[in-house]
Write a protein that binds this ligand. Structure first.
Ligand code: UGA
Length: 469
């Protein structure tokens, strides 16, 4: 099929590369010439494992990029994948969506039926909004010339290539039969796992031959739009909950790792998204919980559980600072090394991360902060130009003369650091592992004073147990 993706951000570039790999002629349209040039140079405009491989393989074959909206004229399906940042009141800013709708409208071919798809995360009712903009600008009629479908994206950053080829579900919201048929045809190869053998060598992970096939779920547009927000808010609630449980475990002397495992064994709850952290963050959960909360308040159906999860999450960020403070007494004049600036590993995305809040707080309390991240330093620096931190080439440098090292992001690279050497470089070898990720027994053995979240590191030291048979 002939596909267009408007926007080459985290969603647009992955979606476009995937459709190109599945055999559709796919054109990325972005107003940013730099991003288009990067794509044309067969490189990924974002850091996402495996995406470079896909773009390098398909650019110029089935994948194309341009700043010009002309390819919309030939497209059967046009995906809107532009950003929806937050307004000051938490609601989604739809400026880029409206602009994309206008541009699409000016380039629709009146002789063919075009399916316009909202893939960006957009408030309930946005499909209707896009329809009315396209009608007004183009003079064409929805239903006879075009239809707007909601097809929310569930990709996780850092695993987007894996998620795009092996989704749990594909949600399609439309009441239009022709659009329903077109979109089903578009996803046919993905649903059938056709072409997977040919493209699996490009995956950054082994082909998942035993992964269950995606569920294809059709509904109306508003329900599809709501599914996206309700999913992200639910996941945020789940993490806030386990983080609160972690705080209570710490007070009562229980071990949250075992508690999470025990809870997750109940298939009604499930083991995923029960990993303790310094709080959820990133470019999706904060934005999406804010939008759905604002909307629920506007319409008098406030989502109280989501509101509590947001508050609890802010508390979790500050709990990390309190914990360091408890250990060091005062933070004034203390050196703190921070490992990890991105909201999770395998991404360079440093937008709205818990690191920026925690670091800001440490600095306000008088600490000198040195930071390291394998991928996120450039973006963090660009987004936080006034935050006076020392950017370090290596974790070792960030730990030099430190009174505390705090691990915020569980990058795999941090597992293989020369911790013994790091310990000797610090002023006091205290480490706070907010992901309960590092080899704690080893660190304690080599002289670190180790703390995690929701565990008593020493009490839960496990020696191998000989089980009587
Ligand atoms: C999230 C959703 O998981 C995706 O399904 C969705 O498509 C995406 O938002 C989006 O709306 O675009 P993402 O933000 O990339 O994906 O990252 P997650 O893996 O969900 O992590 C979000 C935050 O929660 C991170 O800060 C992560 O470290 C934290 N987290 C996650 C925990 O603290 N504990 C967990 O158990 C899981």
């Amino acid at each position: 099929m002939n596909v267009v993706c408007i926007g080459s951000g985290y969603v647009g570039s992955v979606t476009a590369a995937a459709f190109a790999a599945l055999g559709h002629k796919t054109t990325v349209i972005d107003i940013d010439q730099k991003k288009v040039d990067t794509l044309l140079a067969k490189k990924s405009p974002i850091y996402e494992p495996g995406l470079d491989n896909l773009i390098a393989e398909y650019m110029g074959q089935t994948l194309f990029a341009t700043t010009d909206y002309e390819p919309v004229r030939q497209a059967e399906v046009v995906f809107i994948c532009v950003g929806t940042p937050s307004n000051a009141d938490g609601s989604a800013d739809l400026t880029y969506i409206k602009k994309a709708a206008e541009n699409i409208a000016q380039h629709l071919d009146p002789k063919r039926f075009t399916v316009i798809v909202n893939k960006s995360t957009v408030p309930v009712g946005t499909a209707d909004l896009v329809s009315s903009i396209v009608e007004q600008v183009s003079g064409l009629r929805q239903e006879s010339h075009f239809a707007v479908v909601s097809n929310p994206e569930f990709l996780r950053e850092g695993y987007a290539v894996e998620d795009v080829f092996y989704p749990d579900r594909i949600v399609i919201g439309t009441n239009n039969e022709q659009a329903r048929y077109t979109i089903k045809m578009l996803y046919h190869n993905l649903l059938q796992r056709n072409h997977y053998e040919a493209i699996s060598k490009l995956f950054p992970f082994p082909e998942k031959t035993d992964a269950p096939k995606a569920t294809y779920f059709e509904t109306d547009t508003k329900s599809a739009e709501m599914i996206k927000y309700a999913s992200n808010a639910f996941l945020a609630v789940k993490i806030s909950y386990i983080n609160e449980v972690a705080r209570l475990c710490e007070t009562l002397g229980a071990n949250v790792l075992d508690v999470a495992k025990g809870i997750g064994m109940d298939s009604r709850i499930g083991e995923k998204f029960l990993q303790v952290s310094s709080g959820w963050s990133g470019s999706c959960f904060p934005k999406d919980t804010a939008e759905i909360l604002t909307t629920s308040q506007k319409y008098g159906s406030e989502l109280l559980v989501v509101k509590a999860a947001v508050e609890s999450n802010q508390k979790m960020h500050l709990y990390v600072v309190e914990k360091i403070q408890r250990r060091l007494k005062t933070l004034n004049g203390k050196n703190i090394g921070v490992l990890g600036l991105t909201f999770k590993p395998n991404t360079d995305d440093a937008r709205k991360t818990q690191a920026s809040i925690i670091i800001q707080q440490l600095i306000e309390l008088g600490a000198h902060v040195s930071v390291h991240d394998p991928q996120g330093m450039e973006m963090f620096r660009a987004l936080n130009p006034d935050v006076p931190v020392r950017y370090c080439e290596s974790p070792l440098q960030a730990a030099e003369l430190a009174d505390a090292v705090v691990l915020l992001t569980h990058w795999e690279d941090y597992l293989s650091l020369n911790w013994a050497l790091m310990q000797t470089k610090m002023r006091s070898p205290y480490i706070l592992d907010t992901r309960n990720f590092l080899p704690k027994d080893f660190l304690i053995d080599i002289g670190f004073s180790y703390e995690g979240l929701g565990i008593d590191a020493n009490a839960f030291r496990r020696e191998p147990i000989e089980l009587a048979r």
